[in-house]
Ligand binder design. Structure first.
Ligand SMILES: [Zn+2]
Length: 497
C-alpha cells in the first residue's frame, strides 16, 4: 500500500466511514473528520498526514502557506510533489518499505498488539483498550501504528531506542476548521525552518533513515539531521510479515489485506543534541554556561491545562526557560489576530509501560500571541488555588509540632483530584474567551470560581471529622490557613466575594 496514492486516511463524513487518499484530501475532492476507535491512533494519523505533507510541500513563506490553507492543491501539483518520493511511502516496497528495513533478523515474530502502544503491557486495562485489539491490522492502521511507535510511544524496551524526542513527548498541533486546513496549519515554511533549523537548506535532500541507513554505533549530531529525515526517523529495525489477503482489522474494522506480525531488532547509535521537532515545545536549563534541552512529557496525573503556559509561552531567565513548538511560533506571525485552537496529546508512561493517553483540545482567545503573560497568569492562578487547598489539608493532617495535634488523616490527594475535576472547564473557558487586552474582570471571575471551589471542597472533605473532638483544633488551624492564603491570593484591590 502506497500512502501517496492509495486510500488509507480513515475519515467520517456525513456519518459514513470511508478511507480516502491524500490527493483527495489535499486537492479538495473529499473531506471529513479523522475517525479511528483509538484517540492516540487518530492523533498519530494526523501527525503522519502533516509529516507527509511537509515532505511533499514546504511553502516558501507565509503567503504561499496561506494559499495552501485556503485553496486546494491542483492534481498536477500533487503529482509533481510526489515525484521521487513514491519509494518512501510504500508499506510493501520490496527494498525500502515505509518505516521498515528488509531482512530484519528476529528469533520469532512479534504480534501486532506490540505496535499499539499500551495494548500488550501488563497494566493494560479494558477501559483504555477495547478487548481484541492487536490481532490483525490493515495497511492503513499499521502505517499509522509504525509511525506512532517511532514518534510518540515508549520504545519497545530492552535496549530499543526511543524516538528523537525521547520516550513520551507531548505533541502540539493547531486545529483548523476542516481536516485539510488542520494539516496545512501545521506545515512549516522555509522562512520558519531557516530560523529553527539553520541547517535546513543544506540537509534538504536527505532521505529517511529507512532508505539511507544509519551505520551501527554511529554518533549523529542533531544538527546534521534534515527535516525529512527527522520527521520520518525510525529508531529501530522493523519489518512487517507479508500480509494475509483478507481479514478484519481490529482497529478500524475494515475488511482488507491485513498484517499479523512483524520482526523487530534493535540497533545502536547516539544522537547528540536535540532535534527541533516542529510539533514539540522544548524546555531548557543552563548549567555551567551549557544549554541542556529536553522535550516535555506528561509525568503526573495533573490535567493538561496545568502544562499549557509552558507549552505555548516563551520564557527564559538565567537558569532555565522554555520555547514553544515551531508551529505555534510560526502561527504567532499569521494568526495573531485570530483565536487559535490547539490539539495537545501524548502518553504518560512508566518506562515501557503506558499509564495514560491524552488527546485534548484547547482554544485560546484572540490576543493569545501577544499576551503570554496573561496565559501564564491564568495557569499560575489555577495552580495556586490547588496549592492553598493542599497546604490547608496538610496542616489538618499533621498539625503543628508540640502545639496542635494533627488529625492524622491525609485528604490532600483526594481533594486535589476533586479540585482538578471541578475546575477544568472553567480554565478551558477562561482561556477560550478572556479579553487578553483588558483581562482583569475575566481573571476576577475565574478567581472567584476557583476560590468557591476550594472552600467547597475543603468543607466537603473535612465534614466527616467535624464532630471529632480530638480533631477540632487541627480543623480550626487548617481553616485559618485556608482563609489567610485565599485572602493573600485575591487580585489586588479586588474582593472576590
Ligand atoms: Zn485498520
Amino acid at each position: 500500500m502506497n500512502l501517496l496514492t492509495e486510500a488509507w486516511i480513515p475519515i467520517q463524513h456525513n456519518s459514513q466511514f470511508q478511507k480516502i487518499t491524500l490527493q483527495q484530501l489535499l486537492c479538495g475532492e473529499k473531506t471529513g473528520e479523522l475517525c479511528l476507535p483509538r484517540d492516540d491512533m487518530e492523533l498519530a494519523c494526523l501527525q503522519l498526514l502533516c509529516a507527509i505533507t511537509q515532505v511533499l510541500f514546504t511553502p516558501k513563506d507565509k503567503k504561499e502557506l496561506g494559499k495552501y490553507v485556503t485553496q486546494p492543491v491542483s492534481s498536477d501539483a500533487y503529482e509533481n510533489a510526489c515525484k521521487g518520493k513514491m519509494d518512501w511511502f510504500d508499506l510493501d516496497h520490496p527494498e525500502t518499505p515505509f518505516m521498515q528495513i528488509r531482512n530484519v533478523k528476529a528469533i520469532q515474530p512479534t504480534l501486532m498488539d506490540k505496535l499499539l502502544a499500551g495494548v500488550a503491557d501488563g497494566t493494560n486495562k479494558s477501559f483504555v483498550n477495547p478487548r481484541g485489539l492487536g490481532d490483525y491490522l490493515c495497511g492503513s492502521c499499521v502505517a499509522i501504528a509504525l509511525f506512532n511507535v517511532a514518534n510518540n510511544a515508549p520504545s519497545m524496551g530492552g535496549g530499543f531506542k526511543g524516538s528523537l524526542r525521547g520516550s513520551t513527548p507531548i505533541t502540539l498541533l493547531i486545529k483548523g476548521n476542516e481536516l485539510h486546513q488542520t494539516v496545512w496549519l501545521n506545515i512549516l515554511t522555509e522562512e520558519t525552518l531557516a530560523e529553527i533549523m539553520p541547517w535546513y537548506q543544506e540537509t534538504k535532500t536527505q532521505k529517511p533513515n529507512y532508505l539511507d541507513r544509519v551505520s551501527a554505533d554511529s554518533k549523529i549530531l542533531a544538527s546534521c539531521i534534515g527535516l525529512n529525515r527527522g520527521l520520518l526517523w525510525q529508531p529501530a529495525y522493523f519489518e512487517l510479515l507479508s500480509p494475509k489477503p483478507k481479514g478484519k482489522c481490529v482497529c478500524c474494522g475494515s475488511i482488507e489485506p491485513v498484517y499479523a506480525g512483524f520482526n523487530k531488532a534493535k540497533f545502536n547509535y547516539t544522537v547528540e543534541g536535540i532535534w527541533p521537532h516542529p510539533l514539540s515545545s522544548r524546555f531548557f536549563s543552563i548549567k555551567k554556561g551549557e544549554k541542556e534541552e529536553r522535550f516535555p512529557s506528561f509525568t503526573t496525573t495533573a490535567p493538561t491545562w496545568t502544562h499549557l503556559s509552558r507549552l505555548v509561552v516563551d520564557q527564559q531567565n538565567e537558569k532555565e526557560g522554555q520555547q514553544t513548538a515551531p508551529v505555534i511560533r510560526q502561527a504567532r506571525t499569521f494568526m495573531q489576530n485570530d483565536k487559535i485552537q490547539l490539539i495537545v496529546g501524548g502518553y504518560r508512561n512508566n518506562q515501557a509501560t503506558v499509564l495514560e493517553r491524552r488527546h485534548e483540545f484547547f482554544s485560546l482567545a484572540q490576543g493569545w500571541a501577544e499576551h503570554g503573560e496573561v496565559i501564564r497568569r491564568i495557569i499560575t492562578d489555577g495552580l495556586a488555588y490547588k496549592t492553598i487547598l493542599r497546604k490547608a489539608l496538610y496542616l489538618f493532617a499533621v498539625g503543628i509540632k508540640d502545639k496542635i495535634h494533627g488529625s492524622g488523616v491525609n485528604l490532600c490527594d483526594f481533594a486535589e483530584a476533586d479540585y482538578y475535576h471541578q475546575t477544568e472547564n472553567w480554565l478551558h473557558q477562561c482561556l477560550a474567551s478572556i479579553n487578553f487586552d483588558a483581562p482583569d474582570s475575566d481573571l476576577k471571575s475565574l478567581n472567584f470560581q476557583l476560590k468557591k471551589s476550594v472552600t467547597n471542597i475543603f468543607d466537603k472533605v473535612t465534614e466527616p471529622y467535624r464532630q471529632e473532638p480530638k480533631m477540632l483544633k487541627a480543623l480550626a488551624l487548617a481553616r485559618r490557613s485556608l482563609h489567610k492564603s485565599l485572602k493573600e491570593l485575591e487580585p489586588q484591590g479586588v474582593a472576590c466575594d
